[in-house]
Unconditional design. Structure first.
Length: 68
């Protein structure tokens, strides 16, 4: 059975679709925001890992162009 990653975030009323997830979310680099979970990184995880990953400094530093 293939696992599925949701492409949205909870908005209180359900799930709000944010678009494709960062391709590194399942195997993040040590410096990825999702790997360093803290209250300071939660907004970055929501913004970059679950939507604007092509604007993320970590993503850009690794020259990535893959999406899930």
């Amino acid at each position: 059975m293939k696992s599925t990653i949701m492409t949205g975030i909870a908005d209180g009323d359900g799930i709000m679709n944010r678009g494709p997830l960062c391709s590194y979310l399942t195997e993040p680099f040590p410096e990825c925001y999702c790997k360093q979970l803290s209250s300071a990184n939660i907004p970055k995880i929501i913004r970059f890992c679950a939507g604007d990953f092509k604007l993320c400094g970590v993503y850009l530093n690794h020259g990535a162009d893959n999406i899930l």
